[in-house]
Structures are given as C-alpha cells and as structure tokens.
Design a protein. Structure first.
Length: 396
C-alpha cells in the first residue's frame, strides 16, 4: 500500500549582502519574540495562569505598536507568528510530559532560523523569493525537487560555520513500499565495529571525530588564544565550526547510506533498545559513543522502514544478548567487555558481537510472534516482557 508523506529537501544558497543582512535581522527578531513570549508565559505560569497562542499573538500585535519594539515591523510577520507556534508546541510537549520546560534562545548558541509559510514566499520556475526581500535566493540545486512538488513551508537557516541553508517542505510523491522479502537481520551496535550483523558481516566504525581530532584541537587552542570579542577570535571560531560541520556531514552521509542499504535488503530488522542518553554519562566512553551516533542510526532506520514497508523490532535492553549461546541457548554468568571471543560448553566458538546479533534476531522474531509490537513493552498482560518469557517446566 502506497504511503503519502511530506518530505523536506535541503539546499545551500549564497545570499547577497543585502539578503544576508535582512535574514540576520529576521533571525534576531524571531529570537526576540520567542524569548519575550516565553517570559510572559513564565510569569503567567508563576501566577498559575495559562497563556495560549491567541493571547501570545495579541501580545505580539501590541509589542509592534510600541516605540521600543517598532523594529519588529521591518521584517515579515510570518516568521514571528511561526515562532509563537513553535513555543506553543514546546509547551504542549511540556504539559504532555514529553519534554522539559521551554528554554530561552541564546544569540550565540541557538540555531538561527526562520520559517516562512506559503503566504510569505513565491516559488516559480525554480526561483524562490521571500517576503520583504529584494530578489530571489541563489540556491545551489544539488538535486531537483520531485516533479510536481510545491513547497508548503520554507525554512531558512545559518549554521555556526556561516553556511546558509534553505529547507523546503513538500507534499512529495507517494512513497511505494519495496518488494517484500523473507530476509531478516539482527543488528548489534558497537564501538570496535559500528555494526555487527547476524549474517556474520561486520561494518567498520569510521570514527569521523577521531580522524579530525588533531585538527580540531589545534583550531580550538588557536581560538582560545585570541582576544575575546575581536575579529580574529570570530575567524578562529568559524574555523572550529567548519571542522565540526565536516565531521557531522560525513557522519550523517555514512549513516544515510548504511540505513538505506539495510532497509532495501531486509524485511525485518531487529535492534536493541539502548538508552544512549544514560550511556554517554560514562566519561571514558562518552566521546566514542557520541561519535558512533547510535541514536541517529536508529532514528534513520525507523523512519525509512516505515516509508518502505519494512519492520523494525526493538528488543528490550535487559535481554542478555551477549551472554547467551546462539547455538545451544546456554547462558554465561559473566561477560566482561574486554572478552571479544568466547567458547561455550557445547564447544561453539563465538564472536561476541555476531553472537549478540544472532540472539537479537531470534528474540526479535519471538517478539513479532508474541505480538508485543515494534517498541519494547515493560509490562505485558501476563506480567512479563515478551523477550523475558520462559518456557514453564513440565511437572514430572
């Protein structure tokens, strides 16, 4: 069955000096409105009152009429309204206990971006023009938009390295599921190897951050020696940001290629439910775990599987995949991290990671049969997780 999805297409563009100044002014106004609205809602929260989007929008209208905030009229009103909608969404997530209390945006640390809806831009013949801006954006079309796609929302952003991006959200063409296959694979993530598959294949960990660590350290030392607030410090900071951007781009590109390949080749993909947020608290492994980007790998795998009709089964994190023998099912008492190969009592020699992937595959298929769902469930109707069910002993 075909799936209708919205897809965002991101491109770099080179603004003129006037466009860069206008966009920078818009970013500042968006941040100002967001912070003022958050402060007003926080004060109301202290008085045990709630302020909704309509009330925030009325506040914005009143702010524009004051002499102190008259500069808000110089930019398009749509990005300012979108900032209030984003704040409303942040509070909705907070009240639903899906996120923390919204925080104020920082001039130096927060992402500089502005959202334009269809009423604030025109897109014709591959030329994009934003409201209150002279001329169209000089976009580098690295790939064409799907035929017949019309952007519904445009997001303009600037990263820490000074690169400008425009992201177009389109009602993309219908995504057709891939042809069904019987292939299934268990995936065990690691640090020595990024992935170990139940087929026995191991995928090397590229360690992008480690490859550029020396260059990054030198650039950071050079930045630390500059006078604070000087032009030279800004140049040095921009160089550090470019190295970080290079690392991020290479990592994301590799993960996209890897997840696309796995989704195309397999119908069922079984992974382990890891709490990466807690694992990076380990000071010895935090940098390596962050460089491996396990959470991003899972996110990419899940949404691509949903698009193309594949199944992602997530096994409970307490399932002892490394301690079980995938041949006879015997469990070892201890399995320290430094043990990479071990021999079971049945005589089978196991590679730790490949054995764990095989056990994950078996457990994931069992989860599918038991009907526990794609995501792990702490409590099932009989009181046990599907991956922890034990075969009852027969009475003699």
């Amino acid at each position: 069955m075909a799936i209708h999805v919205k897809r965002a297409y991101r491109y770099r563009f080179c603004p003129t000096d006037a466009q860069a100044a206008e966009l920078s002014r818009t970013f500042g106004c968006v941040r100002k409105v967001y912070n003022m609205a958050l402060a007003a809602r926080t004060e109301a929260w202290a008085r045990q009152e709630r302020v909704n989007y309509n009330q925030s929008s009325a506040m914005l209208t009143a702010w524009k009429k004051t002499e102190e905030l008259a500069f808000l009229n110089e930019v398009s009103s749509v990005p300012l309204q979108q900032a209030l909608r984003h704040l409303q969404g942040a509070f909705a997530n907070f009240f639903s206990k899906r996120a923390r209390y919204p925080r104020f945006k920082s001039k130096r640390k927060s992402r500089a971006s502005a959202d334009y809806t269809s009423s604030a831009f025109t897109f014709r013949d591959g030329r994009l023009k934003l409201a209150k801006m002279a001329g169209s954006l000089d976009i580098v079309w690295s790939r064409p938009l799907p035929k017949g796609s019309v952007p519904t929302t445009v997001t303009v952003s600037r990263d820490a390295a000074g690169r400008w991006f425009v992201s177009m959200l389109c009602d993309g063409p219908t995504v057709k599921p891939l042809a069904a296959t019987d292939a299934a694979v268990g995936i065990d993530v690691g640090l020595d190897h990024l992935l170990a598959l139940s087929t026995g294949e191991k995928i090397a960990n590229p360690r992008h951050e480690r490859c550029d660590r020396a260059r990054l350290a030198e650039a950071q030392r050079n930045c630390a020696r500059k006078e604070k607030g000087s032009a030279n410090q800004e140049k040095a900071r921009r160089k550090v940001a470019r190295i970080h951007a290079r690392i991020t781009d290479r990592r994301r590109d590799g993960l996209h290629k890897l997840t696309t390949r796995l989704v195309r080749e397999n119908q069922t993909l079984v992974i382990e439910d890891l709490t990466v947020r807690n694992m990076v608290r380990n000071r010895k492994l935090a940098r390596a775990i962050s460089d491996a980007a396990w959470a991003e790998f899972r996110s990419l795998l899940e949404y691509k599987a949903a698009w193309y009709g594949r199944d992602v089964v997530v096994v409970d994190r307490f399932f002892p995949s490394s301690k079980l023998c995938s041949h006879c099912g015997a469990s070892q008492d201890r399995m320290p991290l430094h043990v990479r190969t071990w021999t079971c009592d049945c005589g089978t020699v196991h590679d730790r990671d490949v054995n764990a992937a095989k056990n994950l595959l078996a457990a994931g298929l069992a989860v599918s049969v038991c009907g526990a769902g794609v995501r792990p469930q702490r409590r099932t109707p009989d009181g046990q997780s599907a991956t922890k069910q034990k075969i009852p002993r027969r009475k003699p």
